[in-house]
Design a protein around this ligand. Structure first.
Ligand code: HEM
Length: 162
């Protein structure tokens, strides 16, 4: 099993990337409501994901959960504890049987949102590029760790069926 340091090395994720993400925290915080609205508008449009969001009480709680995750992208500290949290987020989706496809597609929604947020706030292309690279790396790392839970579930099924 890889450590968070090894994962970061494989993505060339540096302390500078961590600092850049931390700098974005206030902007992410002021954009989080818009992000979560876009995320849910997207999930509610697709019947296969909308089924998980039927109960309005659950919906309010889930929106908070997904907002917290969004803000954690900009926490500035990406250690083994961060990795364990992402593994358990992946496992939560495997457990309730949200297909990996929709997790990947939802991450694309977040990516597009963030790219547009940077576009609107950093007119200088060389500054924007540095933030964008850091954002892309942390999103890819998130998806990588969450996807591992799906791969482990597939392997478990293979072992059980033999
Ligand atoms: C739970 C993040 C995609 C539906 C969660 C949790 C987090 C999270 C942090 C809390 C996990 C826990 O309690 O340990 C994400 C991220 C996604 C994503 C980062 C992709 C970018 C989706 C999609 C759906 C979904 C596509 C489909 C509707 C849910 C539901 C729960 C949940 C229903 C509650 C699970 C439970 O009750 O145990 N998600 N999510 N998520 N997510 Fe997502």
């Amino acid at each position: 099993m890889l450590t968070m340091q090894e994962i970061k090395n494989h993505y060339y994720f540096s302390d500078t990337d961590a600092e850049m993400l931390k700098e974005l925290f206030p902007l992410a915080q002021s954009s989080s409501e818009a992000m979560v609205e876009e995320f849910y508008t997207y999930l509610l449009k697709i019947p296969e994901t909308a089924v998980f969001l039927r109960d309005p009480k659950d919906l309010a709680r889930l929106k908070r959960t997904h907002t917290e995750w969004f803000l954690s992208l900009f926490c500035g500290r990406y250690d083994n504890e961060y990795m364990l949290t992402l593994q358990s987020i992946g496992q939560a989706h495997v457990r309730i049987k949200v297909s990996a496809h929709y997790v990947n597609a939802a991450m694309n929604v977040v990516r597009r949102f963030l790219i547009e947020m940077l576009q609107a706030n950093f007119p200088d292309i060389s500054v924007r590029r540095k933030y964008r690279i850091a954002v892309e790396k942390i999103l890819d790392i998130n998806l990588d760790i969450m996807s591992t839970s799906y791969q482990e579930e597939e392997l478990r099924k293979v072992f059980v069926s033999h």
